[in-house]
Write a protein that binds this ligand. Sequence first.
Ligand code: SAM
Length: 286
Amino acid sequence: MDGLPPLREIIRRHGLAARKSLGQNFLFDLNLAARIARAAEPLSGTTIYEVGPGPGGLTRALLTLGASRVLAVERDERAIAALEEIAERYPHRLEIVAADALTFDPRPRLDRTCARIVANLPYNVATALLVRWLSIEPWPPWYDRAILMFQREVAERIVAAPGSKSYGRLSVLTQWRCECSILFDVSASAFVPPPKIKSSLVRLVPRAKPASCDRKLLETVTRAAFGHRRKMLRQSLRSLGTDVSNLLAAAEISPTDRAEDIPVAGFVALARALALCRDNGHDTEA
Ligand code: SAM
């Protein structure tokens, strides 16, 4: 595809045996890597922020298919030499950063071109990374789209609708700020070593104007409500330390409803009502 050695050879030469502690499940199938990269098209004129390039299968697909620039952040020092071979093959188009994506801030390295996140995420930190990208202030964020591989179970939580068993805090936070969909599933056998379960590629498109509310209060109400998802809200919201009847009335939500049945707009209304209660000093003792 690009004149570079096959991934198995790169892994052998650089002693890149997969480490579980780093969530390493590598993609060897370059056709599948290309399918993921195509989900992020158009690539020309775009800077791709890739988390966890590892031996570089997806990175190579992104560059071959025309990404103007890839900024790749990798925590495993062993992978850096392997990635430098790719950088030589694509002069000035691949920037490699040896860092932890949970703390690394890509913004200073992104120019004013459009930026997009593409990653086959390390599953042990995938949710934490997603929450970080959803918590960027001010909103809309620096990326115009994110194409991310998650374990199927996490992907289902992200896109879940009210009333389903996967619906929870992650669904509310993600759907509040982004339009999201599952693009396709990938079987465990596509990875080396294979994880225990299927994976899914998810697309997130940040909403230009999510319904206005304080993100931290939205997190507060969803944490309280889903902390006891089968209880009625009049009970589960008591930990908020405010008059729950007033709060629910202000949000126009029935006290006998349960968290799992409340749509995103209902949680936004609750966060706004909580802001008002707190501004008006209606808090009871927490
Ligand atoms: N992109 C490669 C592929 O598709 O074959 C590797 C994907 S593998 C599932 C996850 C990668 O993320 C590994 O290379 C791992 O070393 C890296 N990684 C794990 N934790 C990380 C972190 N906190 N920051 C940056 N990279 C990390």
